[in-house]
Design a protein around this ligand. Structure first.
Ligand code: F6R
Length: 610
């Protein structure tokens, strides 16, 4: 999704803005631009379609001197990717410029009114109305104009604006769209995400909905509440390292992040078993409250939803609490049966996904407690929750979720064990045995990563396919959904995933000599059934059959063209190890097909619009 960066200080803004934009590239975008106030009654605005490199090239040798400016990476929603539609957008006079994340839902009606009043629009975007509204309300005070402007806006927005008449400041506000401010001492920054400012400062201020901030080139930062009162900003310190955002010798961030998974699992598990008992102190749930949970409802999107499916399986298995799950975009517009006896669990890596946040608010409005599993401290979802379990994945740059997904599965596994223990469904010995088994997964992932040649060979056999069919049972079917999603999103090869028992009811018709079958057949209670399903599929002559199986299973070779072995583990934890195989499989195919693995087309890392 779009990225915002702004700098007000004493250094040349151009380089800082461009660096900030590069660090937001992972969010996904299709054009980029900056506006820099020159301090002499003028403003330079440069935009380019494509990558930030194109903007870099356009600015090479120009060396804009201004020390106050804003920049943006745009992910097209209203209007195709073009220089006209790229941000920053300006008013008719060219004296005000604005960058925007989110969607102005009533822009068409506002635009009609502004055009009727004589404003001239040059883009197809919703954002341009903000520039013209600011012009309409500007009477020498950009903050006052911004206040009046947002009172007319419906939708979601993070906004940063500058005006040549106030060359020493940036005005910022937000509603339902992430904005973070950097307090650099002698400078101030604004960004839609921390990587864009961490190079300059680790001290940040999270702006709340409908708050405003004015960033001065002196470094002063003024924050204002919705009612206009000046408020004391709360400064938080970021303690993770910039080098986590570097590739560290890997060919792409996805590969690096896949290889970080043993550490991520280990860190997410650390300290969970104390004196033989699972602990989730951060949820602050009393025994009475746990006993009173009648149902659990999980809401999430994409890969986080797949993690939720594994969570449902484990919570029902170990705690015997019924669990419903719905994608957040459906839940938010449904009439869900949730109340004070339902615990709602939202799962969101970024903590900023618009649909998940809306689902959480709906659940709250029905009187449910909402717990969040997220990777982002200070994110919107964490601040709106009654309890948070933080995953320890660290910053994930590649658009495709890998280590964040695995960390969610581990956190949900701990939650399921905890609920099973607290509801008296799992005795101490069983919890200890399962926890010990779970603790084997980091070593098992390392083992899988040690030699990936068989996965690469299987991937080579599929690069020319036009579609792939993934099948599994139980937790295995969920792993297949995630495997198929990874494949489609980074390689653009169509993939379907089905519970293996369902194939006879339709999907088997898809099989022909161009369609590989990818089956998950690790040792489990349903192993014999999956093997029969593989035979049924094989009989329809797919292009090849690839099977993920348990080490030592030689028999399975008779049913497969490629066998990808994973170490033996209790089936409850196969979601952790087998997913790693599918991540690597998708990445090998994507690279062979020449795709941009880290920034797949049309996708964004943080989906902050509906
Ligand atoms: C897939 C992927 C997406 C996200 C989804 C939810 O690789 O990354 O499907 O899982 O957009 O994002 P979060 O977890 O940030 O709410």
């Amino acid at each position: 999704m779009c990225g915002i960066v702004g700098y007000a200080g004493s250094r040349a803004a151009q380089g800082i803005l461009l660096k900030g934009l590069h660090s937001l590239e992972y969010r996904g975008y299709d054009s980029a631009g900056i506006a820099v106030l020159d301090g002499h009654d003028g403003m330079d605005v440069v935009c380019r379609t494509g990558k930030v490199d194109a903007l870099d090239a356009a600015l090479t040798g120009r060396g804009l001197a201004g020390t106050c400016g804003i920049g943006h990476t745009r992910w097209a929603t209203h209007g195709r990717p073009s220089e006209e539609n790229a941000h920053p957008h300006r008013d008719c006079s060219g004296r005000i410029a604005v960058v925007h994340n989110g969607i102005i839902e009533n822009f068409a009606e506002l635009k009609d009114r502004l055009v009727g009043e004589g404003h001239v629009f040059v883009s197809e975007t919703d954002t341009e109305v903000v520039a013209h509204l600011l012009e309409r309300f500007y009477e020498g005070d950009l903050l006052a104009a911004m206040r009046r402007c947002v009172s007319f806006l419906q939708g979601a927005f993070g906004l940063a604006a500058v005006c040549v008449d106030e060359p020493d400041r940036i005005v910022v506000t937000r509603r339902d769209s992430p904005i973070v401010i950097g307090a650099g001492g002698d400078c101030a920054l604004v960004a839609s995400d921390i990587p864009a400012l961490i190079d300059v400062t680790r001290d940040v201020i999270y702006l709340d909905d409908d708050q405003f901030a004015v960033l001065h080139t002196s470094g002063d930062i003024e924050c204002y509440a919705r009612d206009g009162r000046q408020i004391e900003p709360k400064v938080s310190h970021i303690d993770w390292d910039v080098d986590v955002a570097e590739r560290a010798g890997f060919e792409d961030f996805m590969d690096k992040e896949i290889h970080e998974q043993p550490r991520v699992v280990h860190d997410t598990l650390m300290g969970r078993l104390k004196d033989g008992r699972m602990t989730l102190d951060e949820l602050a749930l009393t025994s009475e409250q746990i006993a009173a949970i009648e149902r659990i409802f999980i809401v999430a999107c994409g890969s986080s939803y797949h993690a939720g499916l594994i969570g449902k399986n484990l919570i029902e298995r170990w705690a015997r609490i019924p669990v419903d799950i719905m994608v957040a975009s459906e839940f938010r517009y449904s009439d869900p049966i949730v109340d004070g006896s339902t615990l709602v669990i939202s799962i969101t890596q970024s903590g900023e996904t618009a649909d998940t946040l809306a689902a959480m608010r709906l659940a709250h409005s029905h009187g449910s407690k909402v717990f969040t599993i997220t990777n982002r401290v200070g994110s919107r979802a964490s601040r709106e929750s009654d309890g948070v379990i933080y995953t320890k994945a660290g910053l994930e740059i590649s658009v495709a979720a890998t280590k964040s997904f695995i960390a969610q599965v581990v956190a949900l596994t701990c939650l399921a064990l905890f609920l099973g223990q607290e509801r008296g469904k799992l005795d101490g010995a069983t919890v200890a045995r399962l926890y010990a088994e779970l603790n084997r997964t980091p070593g098992q992932i390392e083992h899988i990563l040690l030699d990936t040649s068989a996965i690469e060979r299987a991937a080579e056999a599929c690069t020319q396919a036009h579609s792939a069919l993934f099948v599994g049972r139980g937790i295995g079917s969920t792993v297949c959904y995630e495997g198929a999603l990874k494949l489609k999103e980074i390689s653009y090869l169509h993939a379907e995933a089905y519970a293996a028992g369902e194939i006879k009811h339709g999907p088997i018709a898809l099989i022909d000599r161009n369609v590989p079958v990818v089956a998950l057949a690790c040792r489990s209670a349903t192993y014999p059934q999956v093997v029969s399903n593989i035979q049924e599929l094989r009989a329809r002559t797919p292009s090849c059959v690839i099977v993920v199986a348990t080490e030592g299973d030689e028999e399975i070779r008779k049913s497969a063209d490629h066998v990808l072995y994973v170490p033996e583990i209790d089936e409850c934890f196969q979601g952790i190890t087998a997913t790693v195989v599918f991540q690597l499989f998708a990445r090998f195919i994507a690279r062979a097909r020449g795709c941009d693995v880290d920034q797949p087309r049309n996708l964004a890392k943080s989906v902050t619009v509906e």
